[in-house]
Unconditional design. Structure first.
Ligand code: GDP
Ligand code: IMO
Ligand code: MG
Length: 423
């Protein structure tokens, strides 16, 4: 099994590249997260945003698995599925859902909003999709799972959870809006999901491995949002790093072959939390405009900044990355000067290339190396050799500093705007 995951704060372009690679794989499997993810695929000029469905779904030969590590919002899932079915995509045959995937219940979204509100100025900037409350129920050992849908006592179990959630909302002084509508949508979605294929996913995926089939585990969010290793508390509630693929699918670490780390040629972040290379000037605005940096889920503007090598180095260590894919290279086409952060300067004046524990609590100044921009449109170029010299130098520097090859470079949002390179 190979893993493909984001090395930054999410939105690195995972969806585009998983869809591009999926024809090489028998299965694409999501292992964590839920509808906080928004993975964009551009196929033949048409844009699709997947939230919970793996990005292999547009390849008719590829099996897609929603793993046990995910938290699933059935209302959102139904919407996604209906849309795909209307387009003639074979979701009923090609999508499998783990019995152990946790459910996001109607009150989880409200709890997300209430808990964020209670944090005041310290809010995480959550996508408000109920992710954290659903994972809280999972680790609190009271969550409901996909397999429970088919049990006789599901409604009873649901009612018990609902009572607990409404009590918590009361404690948080949260006024519950349109509860009737929320519940109605939930039960409609439960009924719709009854005919989908729900499986013992750990057996299902290990059978694939046993048969020698290729599997790609598709990460959501990014390593710097990992609940253990991200810029805590400004993180999501799951392990977005490579280890999460093992627990989120039931696959042994011994079965992992390649770990592909995907990064943007610069950096973005949506929501609150530290971002050492963030730009607050015209350059940052220009990046956001050219890169169309608006969240695929919430539409919020993404914060933009230069590439951060200490952060990438850290992500590679945690994940055991074996190869790097650089995305959105074309966004830097018109910049005359491009910077890369090689170190951080701490408040006491010392320099480090490590991620400090106190990253969320102290100002960190990035130390940059400056490169001459290539100032040329590279989105039509099909080989690395034909790329401008200064672009080649930018790539070579990153490879050298991170001590990893970059065999793939993405130069546009479409499938074919992708350059393979011998390394
Ligand atoms: P994900 O969450 O990692 O799948 O990334 P998102 O889909 O949220 O955000 C990435 C955005 O960049 C999407 O709008 C993609 O269509 C777009 N994109 C992906 N790769 C490239 C690229 O190489 N160049 C440009 N210009 N856009 C890209
Ligand atoms: P993809 O898979 C970018 C961010 C939120 C917030 C924090 C916690 O598309 O890369 P949550 O709703 O998970 O409790 O929010 O994490 N976040 C993402 N940022 N891309 C994502 O997913 C994200 N999923 C969550 O903005 O700061
Ligand atoms: Mg996204």
């Amino acid at each position: 099994m190979d893993i493909l995951l984001g090395l930054q704060w999410g939105d690195e372009g995972k969806g585009k590249i998983v869809d591009f690679l999926a024809e090489k794989y028998h299965m694409v499997a999501r292992f964590q997260g839920g509808p906080n993810a928004g993975h964009t695929l551009n196929i033949g000029g048409k844009k699709h945003v997947l939230r919970q469905i793996p990005s292999g779904i547009f390849r008719s030969e590829t099996t897609n698995l929603i793993g046990n590590g995910m938290v699933l919002d059935l209302v959102t899932l139904k919407k996604e599925l209906v849309e795909l079915e209307n387009m003639g995509i074979t979701v009923r045959q090609n999508l499998f859902i783990s019995k152990k995937a946790q459910l996001i219940l109607p009150a989880h979204r409200l709890l997300d909003a209430a808990q964020e509100h209670a944090k005041g100025d310290h809010k995480i900037g959550s996508t408000l999709r109920g992710i954290s409350p659903a994972y809280q129920d999972k680790t609190g050992r009271s969550g409901l799972r996909m397999g429970d849908l088919h049990q006789k006592d599901f409604e009873q179990k649901y009612l018990e959870r609902k009572e607990d959630h409404l009590e918590k909302l009361k404690q948080l002084d949260f006024e519950v809006p349109n509860w009737g509508d929320l519940e109605e949508d939930f039960w409609d979605a439960v009924e719709y999901m009854m005919n989908f294929q729900v499986v013992d996913s750990e057996y299902f995926i290990n059978d694939f491995i046993q048969q020698g089939k290729n599997i790609l585990a598709e990460g959501a969010q990014g390593t710097l949002l990992d609940v253990d290793f991200g810029s805590y508390p400004f993180v999501t509630s799951s392990n977005t790093s490579a280890a999460g693929a093992c627990t989120g699918l039931g696959v042994s670490p011994r079965k992992i072959e390649e770990t592909i780390g995907v990064f943007k040629a610069y950096c973005t972040r949506v929501g609150s939390g530290p971002f050492p290379t963030e730009l607050f000037d015209e350059t940052g605005k220009k990046m956001a405009e050219i890169g169309r940096e608006f969240g695929s889920v919430t539409g919020r503007p993404r914060r933009c900044g230069w590439l951060d090598l200490p952060a990438l180095q850290y992500a590679n260590m945690i994940n055991g990355t074996t190869q790097l894919y650089m995305m959105k290279s074309d966004v830097l086409n018109t910049f005359s000067e491009i910077k890369i952060c090689t170190h951080y300067e701490l408040p006491d004046g010392t320099q480090t290339d490590k991620m400090p524990f106190e990253i969320a609590d102290m100002p960190i100044k990035p130390v940059y190396k400056t490169f001459k921009g290539w100032e040329k449109d590279i989105s039509e170029i099909k080989t690395f050799e034909a790329m401008p010299k200064s672009f080649q130098q930018y790539v070579a520097f990153i490879e050298q500093e991170l001590n990893l090859p970059i065999p793939l470079i993405s130069v546009g949002a479409e499938r074919d705007e992708t350059v393979w390179r011998k390394v």
